[in-house]
Design a protein around this ligand. Structure first.
Ligand code: SAM
Length: 284
């Protein structure tokens, strides 16, 4: 039976339609499932954490390859089905919870970071907060394979100077190397979403890409620069989300020989780090 038919049967037998609010667009292309999972290079010793199991289509592929699978699903109705479906699988744990509220640390106990991988066809509504949450576990996770709306995926992998480059690109680059590994059309999901999707592989860095003395200041500078992306860097920072001594900031630009007439979207992550670090050093 095709996966699309399985979703339809599920609706028919239970009277439960996929929940739009929870981003329930299920993957129904059986050929793409092994391709997605193979991008994670799963070894038998690995722990794989899946986010948003849905009807378990991707989960079935994961359990074939991983020794230990933890899958997190918020929808208790779907969890009931998943429990029945995977009850025979050893070392399979279903966590009925909101991933955004969950402390993931307990799952990592006893695993080397190189053996911890995350896979998720993420609900669009929460994909950005979920990825932020995962990046903060860079000491425990080696890689994440996550499905995003293509537009978000473009922003994640964008380079300086491009229209998609922004705070998200820098935030991700700080914690991980990002690449788009697959593009999917809306027809590979059911119900068919309005947008296309892309699978992004994040290889997490054990240490951030740049050394930053004050992370709060660094991220505030980045956010300010892109909040007013058409403004010159100097003006964007002055009008941004932080109240900084602009005389001091101008001195920082002079010390670093950074032209403050540039737009934030032209700056590399290393330049944002230099500005933040020099500002901290000269005010400290
Ligand atoms: N993995 C399945 C697939 O590929 O067919 C389902 C993917 S569907 C796009 C996203 C899934 O995430 C849904 O099953 C939804 O109920 C679940 N979900 C939504 N928000 C969640 C949250 N905050 N925590 C955990 N699961 C969530």
């Amino acid at each position: 039976m095709s996966l699309k038919q399985k979703v339809r049967d599920f609706v028919c037998h239970t009277g439960r339609y996929p929940n739009k609010r929870l981003g329930q667009n299920f993957l129904i292309d059986a050929n793409i499932l092994p391709k997605i999972v193979s991008e994670a290079d799963i070894e038998p010793v690995d722990l794989v954490i899946e986010i948003g199991a849905g009807l378990g289509f991707l989960t079935s592929e994961i359990v074939k390859r991983a020794n230990k699978t933890v899958t997190i699903e918020i929808d208790s109705f779907l969890c009931e089905t998943l429990r029945q479906q995977f009850s025979d699988i050893p070392d399979f744990t279903l966590v009925e919870d909101d991933v955004l509220q969950l402390n993931l640390s307990r799952f990592f106990l006893g695993y080397d970071r190189k053996n911890v991988k995350i896979i998720g066809n993420l609900p669009y509504y929460a994909s950005t907060p979920i990825v932020w949450k995962l990046l903060k576990y860079n000491q425990h996770i080696s890689c994440c394979l996550l499905m995003f709306q293509t537009e978000v995926a473009r922003r994640i992998v964008a380079s300086p100077g491009s229209k998609d480059y922004g705070a998200l690109s820098i935030g991700i680059d700080y914690y991980a190397k990002a690449e788009v590994v697959l593009h999917l059309s809306p027809n590979q999901f059911y119900p068919v979403p309005k947008v296309s999707s892309s699978l992004v592989k994040l290889t997490l860095r054990p240490q951030p890409k740049v050394l930053v003395k004050d992370e709060v200041l660094f991220f505030q500078l980045v956010r300010s620069a892109f909040q007013f992306r058409r403004k010159m860097l100097r003006n964007a920072i002055e009008n941004g989300c932080i109240n900084l001594d602009m005389e001091q900031m101008n001195r920082v630009f002079t010390i670093l020989k950074i032209d403050s007439n540039r737009r934030g979207e032209t700056l590399y992550i290393s330049e944002f780090a230099e500005i933040a670090n020099t500002f901290t050093a000269t005010t400290g």
